[in-house]
Design a protein around this ligand. Structure first.
Ligand code: ADP
Ligand code: MG
Ligand code: MG
Length: 874
């Protein structure tokens, strides 16, 4: 295969469609070159080479270095410089870049090609000796660190010594002689820790650097990042070898990163930071604090205007917000990277709406542009203004990623992970975060750093996840060892709680009260588009009128699952419920059920009223009965007193109801078979509620759902019984006409899916209970899965948690079969899903493919499901 793709003025072989092959960085460097932006020329080694490298037992494939040499020749020709030359040396950077961007996860080497000879050449050619040696020391340091495993710390110690010697505060204060000395010092450090001297042959340098980039693909932090971000199916990383331009040539040079629009709010404003006289990583590393890009007008107006021009050009070309990296060498601007900018959910919504208004994209593109899951961020809490007013502000950092977070202080990523797993809410407090911290950042409720800017690692990663982050809060002194921070004259420890506001950067002591957000104009616009393009309905899982109302506000078109058992836990009802369960015979049971009937009826009237005009699927009692019983002596005694029996009798009844595997035991429709009175009471309550609503002109649309059916005979017996009770209740209430109450079942036992044609004969609808269906298809207990799931994910036995994203290849077959067979029995059988998966965008895509009529999810996920359903339909 072709291993190297050139980009430059001689020719450009790649383009932005070749991301899989060239990585995002390489593909876009080629694309930017083609559209006429100033990109330093170079070439990209493909991701296939990386794949070959690993298949080849970590050896660079034959022919690769020939291709490299050939492309270096082309570069030399284009630039009129020579690799390793003593008068005009060509220098290159070696940059990683996979198809999906993994910020900071892999390694970059700058200034490659310098050696003891070419450094003199560079000094002469540029007339700037200090710069040349500065570049050289950076190379030895980076090369040592990245390629040869020499700890960065050793170089730092050497640098500090030199700085002290020259009384320099900043790196930039070190004079020429100091830099020359530093290079010698660095070479010594390199040799001491690596065992061999710093390689002087530039092609050797290049070969080892290329290999180091390939190696970085499998280093643990990169592997972890792909896991957390669910990135699979990539061949590897590409390697970009690009001629160097220099932002560290003096005060007319600099380097920066920027977004074409504000990635926090979405505002159409150029947004970013730059540093004068600096190279590459200096900006993101947070060593020096950069200036906002708007300040650039004061420094070099021409360059700023050029950047603004490129902003327009890039957005028009890519039709999306771009995240760019640039360098200015002696007043000349170069573009070094562009990619679609990561943004918060709020920014994604605003940008999509603005770009549709600007006619840059269509509505449909707008719908596709917003990651549905990111809408959660808009539905997340912020601090209530009243509480905020009263709060004491300790300090204000940068508003790096919006939202409100409250938690106790954790000082390392490890600690954050551990304490979160133990059920605490923590804020991860760090001087600066680095890629090793991602686990902790992911676990923490929020992230607080004392250095670093808006484009620091912490900020970029946090925004991508919608995690609240305040960065660069410089007044905070962190003592990681003692686990304390000092700010505003106060000391806080791991036991103290702070509140951080990612939208303003404020840091406050204690727990500041939060509030749920109002859904703004742009949000409504996006929901409008979603509703226009989606084909599936979106219902909600709700058990109370309050939840039902909330979900309706979020746009739910019905209730897909109303669990009746929750209703029995409220207040005094549990007592009646227990009496019923513990009754000796049917007569006593009926007596107890009589007490439950009116409260159930009232619940249903409440829910029908909240959802008037929309369907409500009510599931009959599902859990095993012992879940309702008291297991401690005191409660058992209370119950005994109430029922007028001996305490011992209660405890022996409780142990008699004990089951070894209650989830596979006496529950669901099996209860109704044994105790038809329970079903009868519930159906009577539902029917009476419908009649009562009708009398008040409230359109109640009840759907009665029988859980855990595995055979057609079960459903036939019970559905007949339900229909009979409806009829009897109507007669007793002298209600005329068809109440249009549907009777259906949950498909959650594999056998029901396998025999859905028979089951379907007796059902008016199917609702796929994919939680139980997943549990029973895999044979995994969903309550115990966490003991082994992490290993399964690590070993890639499972691509992801099947309880979060529907396993479309396995469990999905049962769903598809259930729909198909069900509809072979009844042509237009209404089919929906009510498991956790109903709110998961990827699973929703699958639901669309198998032809479900609706998905049902928790109230807060309804907007997500609406958008995901539209994306699935487009
Ligand atoms: P990352 O993927 O971590 O952002 P990059 O490959 O983009 O790594 O490199 C980091 C930084 O190094 C760039 O933002 C840029 O400032 C600098 N850099 C990389 N290549 C060059 C080059 N050819 N000339 C000048 N600076 C470069
Ligand atoms: Mg970059
Ligand atoms: Mg179930």
């Amino acid at each position: 295969p072709k291993m190297a793709y050139y980009f430059g003025s001689t020719k450009t072989e790649g383009d932005s469609t070749k991301k899989q092959l060239l990585g995002g960085k390489g593909a876009n460097l080629a694309e930017m070159t083609s559209i006429g932006l100033p990109v330093p020329p170079g070439f990209t080694l493909t991701t296939e080479v990386c794949d070959l490298y690993y298949k080849n037992k970590k050896k660079l494939p034959a022919g690769l270095m020939d291709a490299v040499r050939k492309n270096i020749k082309m570069l030399e020709k284009e630039l009129g410089k020579k690799f390793g030359d003593k008068s005009e040396p060509l220098l290159v950077s070696v940059r990683s870049g996979a198809a999906v961007s993994m910020p900071g996860m892999m390694n970059t080497i700058l200034n490659l090609g310098l050696n003891d000879v070419s450094v003199v050449g560079l000094a002469n050619a540029t007339g700037n000796q200090r710069f040349a040696y500065d570049a050289y020391r950076r190379l030895i340091n980076m090369y040592g660190d990245v390629v040869c495993d020499v700890d960065h710390h050793h170089f730092e110690v050497a640098f500090d010594k030199i700085k002290k010697q020259y009384g320099a505060k900043l790196d930039t204060d070190v004079p020429v002689e100091g830099m020359v000395k530093l290079c010698d010092e660095y070479k010594r450090v390199f040799k001491k820790h690596f065992g061999k001297p710093f390689p002087q042959d530039p092609v050797d340098q290049l070969e080892l650097a290329i290999e180091a980039v390939f190696k970085s693909w499998m280093q643990s932090r990169a592997v972890r990042y792909r896991q957390v971000e669910n990135i699979t199916g990539l061949l590897g990383t590409a390697v970009n070898v690009q001629s160097m331009v220099f932002g560290n040539m003096g005060d007319d040079s600099g380097t920066g990163v920027a977004f074409t629009r504000d990635p926090s709010t979405g505002k159409n404003e150029f947004y970013g930071e730059f540093l004068i006289n600096a190279q590459g990583e200096d900006v993101v590393a947070g060593i020096r604090t950069p200036q906002p890009v708007k300040e650039m007008t004061k420094w070099n107006k021409k360059v700023y205007e050029q950047l603004i021009k490129y902003k327009g050009k890039l957005e028009k070309h890519y039709k999306d917000v771009q995240d760019i990296e640039f360098t200015i060498e002696k007043g000349k601007l170069y573009m070094l990277q562009t990619r679609n900018g990561k943004r918060t959910g709020a920014a994604a919504v605003k940008i999509a709406c603005d770009m549709v208004k600007e006619k840059l994209i269509t509505e449909k593109m707008g719908v596709m542009r917003i990651p549905a899951g990111d809408l959660t961020q808009l539905l997340l809490p912020s601090f209530s203004p009243a509480a905020k007013k009263k709060a004491n502000i300790l300090t204000t950092g940068l508003p790096a990623s919006p939202g409100a977070a409250v938690g106790k202080l954790a000082f390392t990523a490890e600690e954050a992970v551990k304490r979160t797993n133990d059920g605490e809410k923590v804020l991860l407090v760090r001087k600066e975060t680095n890629p090793e911290d991602i686990d902790g950042m992911h676990s923490a409720a929020g992230i607080l750093t004392s250095t670093g800017g808006m484009t620091s690692h912490a900020a970029v990663v946090a925004r991508g996840w919608g995690r609240c982050c305040v960065a660069g809060a410089g007044d905070i002194q962190i003592d990681e060892k003692k686990r304390t921070i000092k700010v505003a004259g106060k000391k806080f420890t791991h036991k103290d709680t702070l509140s951080i506001d990612g939208s303003t950067g404020e840091v406050m002591p204690g727990e500041v009260e939060t509030q749920t957000p109002k859904l703004s104009g742009d949000f409504a616009t996006v929901m409008g588009w979603a509703d226009k393009y989606r084909k599936m309905l979106v219902r909600t899982n709700a058990d109370t009128p309050a939840d039902a109302k909330k979900a309706r506000e979020f746009g739910a078109q019905g209730i897909g699952l109303c669990r009746t058992e929750h209703m029995f836990f409220e207040g005094d009802r549990i007592m009646a419920m227990r009496e019923m369960i513990l009754a000796e015979d049917e007569g006593d049971r009926k007596k107890a059920l009589k007490k439950l009937l009116p409260v159930q009826r009232k619940d249903f009237v409440g829910i029908f009223t909240a959802m008037k005009g929309l369907p409500v699927t009510i599931r009959l009692l599902d859990p095993p009965l012992h879940e309702f019983l008291p297991h401690d002596a005191k409660s058992q005694q209370d119950l005994a007193k109430r029922m007028g029996v001996k305490a011992g009798e209660i405890s022996s009844r409780v142990s008699a109801l004990h089951e070894s595997n209650p989830m596979l035991g006496h529950r669901g429709c099996r209860l109704a078979v044994t105790y038809p009175e329970i079903l009868e009471m519930q159906v009577q309550a539902i029917t009476e509620a419908v009649i009562a609503c009708k009398a008040k002109n409230i359109d109640a649309q009840a759907e009665i759902m029988i859980p855990l059916v595995g055979t057609a005979a079960e459903l036939k017996l019970l559905a007949d019984r339900v229909r009979e009770v409806i009829k009897q209740t109507q007669e007793a209430k002298k209600s005329k006409g068809d109440l249009k109450i549907l009777v259906g079942t949950m498909i959650e036992i594999p056998r029901a899916a396998l025999t859905a044609d028979q089951v379907g004969e007796h059902a008016d609808f199917f609702s796929f209970g994919t939680n139980d269906l997943t549990q029973m298809t895999f044979g995994y207990s969903r309550d115990d899965i966490n003991t082994f799931l992490p290993d399964y994910l690590n070993e890639e036995i499972l691509p992801r948690d099947p309880f979060q994203t529907l396993d479309s290849t396995g469990v999905g077959q049962l769903v598809a079969m259930g729909v198909e067979k069900g509809r072979s029995a009844k042509k237009n059988l209404k089919c929906g899903i009510c498991g956790e998966h109903g709110g998961d965008p990827e699973s929703i895509q699958f639901c669309q493919e198998v032809g479900l009529n609706y998905v049902s999810c928790s109230p807060f996920r309804v907007p997500i499901a609406r958008l995901a359903a539209a994306q699935a339909a487009l």
